[in-house]
Design a protein around this ligand. Structure first.
Ligand SMILES: *[C@@H]1O[C@H](CO)[C@@H](O)[C@H](O)[C@H]1NC(C)=O
Ligand SMILES: *[C@@H]1O[C@H](CO)[C@@H](O)[C@H](O)[C@H]1NC(C)=O
Ligand SMILES: *[C@@H]1O[C@H](CO)[C@@H](O)[C@H](O)[C@H]1NC(C)=O
Ligand SMILES: *[C@@H]1O[C@H](CO)[C@@H](O)[C@H](O)[C@H]1NC(C)=O
Ligand SMILES: *[C@@H]1O[C@H](CO)[C@@H](O)[C@H](O)[C@H]1NC(C)=O
Ligand SMILES: *[C@@H]1O[C@H](CO)[C@@H](O)[C@H](O)[C@H]1NC(C)=O
Ligand SMILES: *[C@@H]1O[C@H](CO)[C@@H](O)[C@H](O)[C@H]1NC(C)=O
Length: 366
């Protein structure tokens, strides 16, 4: 939400220091799409199709499949989205780099259909009927320039294998994925974002995520995990596991994740007795979301933590030792925002010494 908000500000103010723009559309699996104009990526205006397609057709000398729109000012992007297509169009211009196919009825991806296109950078095929057995292994193999492959809201049952090694973002949220083939990620050394929320994953086996050396954001929310998966890439900074029914958290649940900054565990049926007291002893942690669980007390969190969300739990007691083991000139909690609303405690229950510990607090909700 914070990301979204700051993107809106950028849009409204017209100031664009990083030369990037944000599409405020959440169609792309819950993480907004950043557009890098320096890379020649198509702009918000063209994405939202605000210009008359027939004008493009009349003025564009380049060949364009009947089913698509080929904007004259972005000859490298091809818009074939939201047209009820059952198949990917043939005869797409060979210079296509940004291919938009979202919101159709496409179930297959054959290896020949993209054979004439050699420089594909984005393939956006969210909200279709893609099936794992109709996605040919070789279909994307030769797309060495492909950075983004988005296939959220399809019918895939496994993570496609033979994905091209240069991939930066893979979005497969809201499919029916229950397994990851052992080598699926082996070559994806540059992948930074992997969305797998809203699938049917129960476990991640050792080796499943092997190869993901640069992964920063991993979303595993809305799956069927009963424990925090082991063998996650140590580079991960944002780990989202909300809405899984976790039986508890062990002392070493996150211990290998030395770069973990943002951890989301809301809606996980967590109970205080099944949380190891030191599970959140992670000095890299900045934000921790434990909202909508069944916790009766605030767990011990590192003094470096800045944002703690614990709304809608069953918290009755507040003990300053959760935040500060001792209090001194340099020993205090860095918490800025603390949410304790929707619990079983009131403001009057805060002990008198809490202000010495929560010294930089900006907002508290009780
Ligand atoms: C997809 O196809 C089904 C029938 O095969 C049809 O009912 C549905 O309306 C189609 N959806 C779109 C978006 O065209
Ligand atoms: C690829 O190009 C060849 C030669 O122009 C053409 O015959 C063929 O139909 C094209 N394939 C696709 C999938 O567009
Ligand atoms: C694209 O196709 C045109 C003719 O259809 C051809 O002249 C050109 O070399 C092709 N470009 C690439 C990059 O394949
Ligand atoms: C990939 O490239 C190789 C070598 O250029 C070629 O033999 C093969 O047919 C290509 N595969 C596809 C699916 O286009
Ligand atoms: C949690 O997951 C279930 C099933 O995956 C889904 O139906 C539900 O909407 C999700 N709830 C939230 C709060 O995300
Ligand atoms: C917390 O982690 C630090 C290292 O990051 C370690 O020195 C310390 O013993 C741990 N504390 C507990 C209570 O586990
Ligand atoms: C707070 O916790 C500490 C250590 O767990 C304990 O010694 C102390 O009695 C607790 N204080 C209250 C008011 O419960």
């Amino acid at each position: 939400m914070a990301l979204l908000f700051c993107g809106l500000l950028v849009l409204l103010s017209g100031v664009d220091p990083a030369q990037t723009l944000l599409i405020t559309d959440m169609e792309y699996g819950g993480v907004p799409l950043w557009v890098d104009r320096l890379q020649g990526e198509p702009s918000v205006l063209s994405l939202h199709g605000r210009m008359d397609p027939s004008w493009f057709r009349a003025n564009n000398p380049q060949s364009c499949p009947e089913e698509c729109v080929c904007p004259i000012q972005w000859p490298t992007s091809l818009y074939c989205d939201h047209r009820g297509l059952k198949n990917i169009p043939e005869m797409m211009p060979n210079e296509t780099q940004y291919l938009f196919l979202q919101g159709n009825n496409i179930s297959s991806l054959s290896s020949s259909i993209l054979a004439n296109i050699t420089g594909l950078r984005w393939l956006i095929i969210d909200r279709n009927q893609l099936q794992s057995d109709m996605l040919e292994q070789a279909s994307l193999q030769n797309q060495t320039q492909l950075w983004y492959f988005f296939a959220n809201h399809n019918q895939l049952t496994s993570v496609p294998s033979a994905l091209p090694a240069g991939l930066r973002q893979l979005r497969l949220a809201y499919n029916r994925i229950s397994s990851i083939s052992p080598d699926a990620f082996q070559n994806l050394n540059d992948l930074t974002l992997l969305l797998l929320q809203g699938n049917k994953l129960q476990i991640i086996a050792e080796g499943d995520l092997k190869g993901l050396l640069s992964l920063k954001l991993l979303d595993l929310s809305d799956n069927f995990f009963s424990a925090v998966p082991k063998h996650l890439p140590p580079s991960v900074q944002q780990l989202y596991l909300s809405n899984n029914t976790l039986s508890g958290l062990d002392e070493d649940s996150f211990v290998a994740l030395l770069n973990l900054k943002y951890l989301r565990l809301s809606h996980c049926h967590l109970q205080s007795p099944s949380l190891h007291p030191h599970v959140f002893n992670l000095s890299s942690l900045v934000e921790l979301d434990l909202a909508y669980n069944k916790l009766t007390s605030v767990p011990t969190v590192p003094t470096t933590l800045q944002y703690l969300y614990m709304e809608a739990n069953y918290i009755q007691d507040f003990n300053v030792t959760s935040f500060c083991r001792d209090i001194g000139p340099l020993s205090y909690s860095r918490i800025r925002i603390l949410r304790l609303d929707g619990n079983r405690m009131t403001y009057h229950q805060l002990p008198p010494d809490w202000v010495y510990c929560l010294r930089v607090l900006q907002k508290i909700y009780i």
